[in-house]
Structures are given as C-alpha cells and as structure tokens.
Design a protein around this ligand. Structure first.
Ligand code: PEP
Length: 254
C-alpha cells in the first residue's frame, strides 16, 4: 500500500437489490468488518436504494457512490439524475464512464469529460472508468485507447482537482466474464496510466491519483492483484453482491 493512496474497495451493484436488501447489506457489512482507517469501502447501489444506503453507512471508512449522473444541473432530461441531486442523497463518489455506460448506452468521451467536471463542481469525487475491448487489446491498441480515454476525461482539470480523481482500469473483456486480467497485465496498464498522468499534470498528481482495477475481481484473486505496486483498489461487480464475498475483498491482505 502506498501511503499517499488509501485503497478503495468499491461495490458496483449495477441493477441489483431492493431498498431493504441494500440497507441490510450495508448494515451487515459494517457490523462484520467494523470501522476502516487504512482503506475505504464504497457501495454504489442503484439510485432507488441510494438514500437507504447512505443513511445506513455510518462507520468511518464507508461511503456511497452513484453509478452514473447527468452533466447538467437541471432541465428537460427525462430519466436522468444530476450531481446536485446525488450530493443531496449523501453520495461521496460517482462512477463515470463505466464500460456498460460507454458500450450499451453510447456514452462518448466528451460526455464523460462533462460528467467528471459536474461531479467535481458539486463537491463529490469521480471514479472514472477506462478500458479497452478485447479486439483492441488483440490489435495492440490498449495503451492508445486508455490514453485517449484518460486524456479526454481529465481535460480542463487543474492539478488540484486532478489529484483527487479516482480512475478505474476495467478491461472490457474482463468485466462479468470470469476472465480476470493477470496481476502483471493490470500492473502494466496501471503503470502506463500513472506515467500518462505525470505527462498530463506532474509527478505529484501521478503519485496521488488512486487507480482501481476492475474485471472479475473475486475473494481468491484480490490479494494477488492488490500486491501490485500501482493497483490502489478494486471496483467489483458480481462479487460485491454477497456480504461474505465483498467483505473478504474489503479485507484484502497485501
Ligand atoms: C464492474 O461492473 O465494474 C465489474 C468489474 O464487474 P465484475 O466484477 O462482475 O466483472
């Protein structure tokens, strides 16, 4: 663990759990683990359960994240939720540009840049997701794709904000597929992203930005992934839906 970067273990529940299920998960997780000081646990429930989850997360080291937001503060955007509303609900983080948003809902790099700026504008922290498709990896384009996504998402930020960004490297071929990147594959891309941050901003920003890995993280691979120097946490989908499994991920050993 790098002392400049407190690890984040984040649960992305996607379109799962009722309000009651979400609230009891949040209570059970805290009861089983207790307060956290050397790492953060973050839960990203569906919007419907956000209020219940943010009220239930009472202990030090636990916070709520949204899975998405709109970039405008208000207006005629049927079905959308703004960052002001998310702040109101007690969110600390907002996932931006998850691969399901990019590839199922057609989000562009420009939308993701605007969302990132909106999250900061309302006092929350973006968790910006980047990652290549399998065809892009096979064509040797991973660095190009990831660099473009990082560059665009962070465009216009000054260093003071940039160092607060959380990035999540999630190779699309590893999400929900059971096919995890090896620790070495993940480390290679994380190190590349850190170098990119140094050239976009400076060494201090690069050293402070937390870069999470996501893609089929499970209790049995988390320790090996977290042992890599540039992996500062995990963004977890499927294995975050059961308390026992997410608890083990939060309690990774490095
Ligand atoms: C995700 O949704 O961000 C994710 C990484 O999912 P999974 O852990 O199920 O691959």
């Amino acid at each position: 663990m790098n002392p400049l970067r407190k690890p984040i273990l984040a649960a992305n529940w996607k379109m799962h759990k009722t309000i009651a299920e979400a609230a009891s998960f949040a209570a059970d997780l805290q009861e089983q683990i207790g307060p956290l000081t050397d790492r953060e646990a973050v839960i990203a429930p569906p919007f419907t359960a956000m209020d219940a989850v943010s009220r239930a997360l009472k202990l030090e080291g636990y916070s709520a994240s949204a899975q998405n937001c709109h970039w405008e503060v208000k207006g005629a955007f049927t079905g959308e939720i703004s960052t002001v509303m998310l702040k109101d609900l007690g969110c600390r983080y907002v996932l931006v540009g998850h691969s399901e948003r990019r590839h199922i809902f057609g989000e562009t790099d420009e939308m993701i840049r605007a969302k990132t700026a909106a999250v900061f504008a309302h006092g929350m922290l973006p968790i910006v997701c980047v990652g290549e498709l399998l065809v892009e990896r096979d064509a040797g384009r991973t660095s190009d794709i990831v660099a473009k996504q990082v560059d665009k998402a962070l465009e216009g930020l000054d260093s003071a904000l940039a160092e607060k960004v959380v990035l999540a490297y999630e190779p699309v071929w590893a999400i929900g597929t059971g096919r995890t990147a090896t620790p070495a594959q993940a480390q290679e891309v994380h190190a590349f992203i850190r170098t990119r941050l140094e050239s976009l901003f400076n060494k201090e920003v690069a050293n402070r930005v937390r870069i999470l890995y996501g893609g089929s993280v499970k209790p049995d691979n988390v320790d090996a992934l977290m042992a890599e120097a540039d992996l500062d946490g995990m963004l977890v989908g499927g294995a975050s839906l059961e308390v026992a499994s997410f608890r083990r991920i939060v309690q990774f050993k490095s």
